[in-house]
Design a binder for this molecule. Structure first.
Ligand code: ZN
Length: 235
């Protein structure tokens, strides 16, 4: 606010709270000089929510004490703090190797946000989950049953034999060992059985996937498969 704006603000305050108005010309000039010294960097209003007249009015409305410059400066500082706390520096357009330009662009953006001339840039967040999925894509996904197209799946089969075997078994309605947990090597459903690798010193050296499941797991899967229809058929 410049001197003229300060004078207008003091006139407005004087109308709402006559205690603050100065009848004497010299006193009024001193008051304007004092307020200008303290509030010269506070704008009258910003496009995003700050209004010095609203702040003054609010103080006079709520406080029994005559308004002082700090009663304007404090809400202004908290307005700035609030905006900066909601601001996440967006990636500058400047060349990242030009550090001076990069920092300058970040600083300018922060100053604009603090001064209320630009809106804070919020942290990027996931705005929607599967709700936002394209209906056409959803139908296609349902028909295929997987994000991997059938052709790509067939091409991958030689490289993931156990998974291909399981998928084939499932497609034919047969049980497959991988649909249950292996009690022997503790492989989770969907994961292939693993065998231990033994190092030259006879100690274990990690595990590698087996191309065939452990026999106990096959039996377990077959057993569960036999049991299932009995549960589903009404007695
Ligand atoms: Zn196993």
């Amino acid at each position: 606010m410049d001197r003229r704006e300060i004078a207008a603000l003091l006139a407005f305050i004087g109308r709402l709270d006559p205690r603050t108005s100065r009848a004497d010309q010299g006193e009024a000039r001193d008051q304007i000089a004092q307020w200008h010294e303290l509030l010269g960097d506070v704008p009258t209003a910003t496009p995003h929510g700050w209004d010095v007249y609203a702040a003054a009015r609010q103080h006079i409305r709520l406080s029994p004490y005559p308004i002082r410059p700090s009663d304007i400066a404090r809400p202004w500082e908290s307005y700035r703090r609030d905006r900066l706390s909601r601001h996440t520096d967006p990636t500058p357009f400047a060349d990242p190797d030009d550090q001076a330009a990069w920092m300058a662009e970040l600083a300018v953006a922060r100053r604009e946000v603090a001064a209320g001339t630009a809106q804070p840039a919020p942290a990027p967040a996931i705005s929607s989950g599967r709700d936002g999925i394209d209906p056409a894509l959803e139908a296609r996904l349902k028909a295929i049953g997987s994000c991997i197209p059938p052709a790509a799946r067939a091409a991958l089969a030689p490289f993931r034999r156990s998974r291909a075997a399981r998928e084939e078994a499932l497609a034919q309605g047969q049980p497959h060992a991988l649909s249950v947990r292996c009690e022997w090597c503790l492989a989770q459903p969907g994961e292939p059985c693993r065998r231990r690798r033994i190092g030259p010193d006879g100690g274990p050296r990690g595990t590698v996937p087996r191309s065939t499941p452990h026999p106990g797991r096959v039996e377990l899967a077959n057993g569960q498969h036999d049991v299932r229809p009995r549960h589903t058929t009404p007695a």
